[in-house]
Design a protein. Structure first.
Length: 253
């Protein structure tokens, strides 16, 4: 724990957090189920409107403790295969915490296995009224198991969505062995993505309008482990569990 504290202090200095204020966090320093004051469970398979969550994903999201729980200082999102069916977990801060601009950090250890698709991301609060992609989406971290050790950060908007061109990729060799800090620095004119204090991608469109920049409105946080799907790809048939661990989530402004 001391090592983690010292590491965090070094990181904070690097990002001049003396000039920033921690406005929201979950350190997961408790046991059991996620804090209901901060997190919602997404439930189901997206049907009837959006079966497979729009990506032909295999999992059904549940609120079961088998799929989502807090243990030993970390949130665990655990996709589990039983009777040839997958259940998993998806948490959001929708209607409980929303943010416009700032630095959002996740310290996480990622799963390994073909077909795994863990994600740490944000969605525009206007999703319910304007729909996707007009609401905007900021994917702080996605890891696709068929491409192990490469994480990506992605921007979706009306100008580029689905198979978007607005993304950056970077190697993280110990993604499944060690915790790493995946962060976004969301500013009024650009969005910068980091792994362990290293900027590897910046989104800064030359022209800002409703199509390229829906990023001046509130967003909420999402964490999930998807299984298979258009991006996750074919599943390793030997897999029966896909587990992501999140040490903390922090928001600075």
């Amino acid at each position: 724990m001391l090592a983690g504290i010292l590491f965090s202090c070094v990181l904070f200095v690097g990002f001049k957090t003396k000039e920033r204020k921690l406005i929201w966090s979950d350190e997961f320093n408790y046991e059991g189920i996620p804090d209901a004051k901060k997190w919602n469970y997404e439930i189901g398979d997206g049907c009837p409107k959006n079966c497979g969550w729009g990506n032909n994903e295999a999992q059904i999201y549940s609120g079961n403790k088998e799929n989502v729980y807090v243990q030993n200082g970390s949130l665990i999102i655990n996709a589990v295969k039983k009777d040839n069916k997958w259940t998993s977990g998806k948490l959001t801060t929708q209607a409980k915490a929303k943010f416009t601009y700032g630095r959002i950090e996740f310290r996480a250890k990622l799963p390994v296995g073909k077909g795994s698709w863990p994600a740490l991301w944000m969605l525009g609060e206007s999703f319910a009224s304007t729909g996707w992609p007009d609401c905007g989406e900021i994917d702080v971290m996605e890891h696709v198991g068929r491409d192990p050790g490469i994480v990506q950060s992605v921007i979706h908007s009306r100008s580029s969505f689905g198979n978007t061109v607005n993304l950056g990729r970077t190697p993280v060799k110990t993604f499944d062995q060690e915790f790493h800090i995946y962060a976004v620095d969301w500013k009024k004119d650009r969005i910068e993505f980091y792994v362990d204090d290293r900027n590897f991608y910046t989104y800064k469109p030359a022209e800002k309008n409703d199509k390229t920049w829906p990023f001046d409105k509130p967003f909420y946080i999402i964490m999930n482990v998807a299984v298979g799907g258009n991006l996750g790809g074919p599943l390793d048939p030997s897999l029966s569990q896909i587990k992501m661990e999140v040490d903390y989530v922090r928001v600075f402004q």
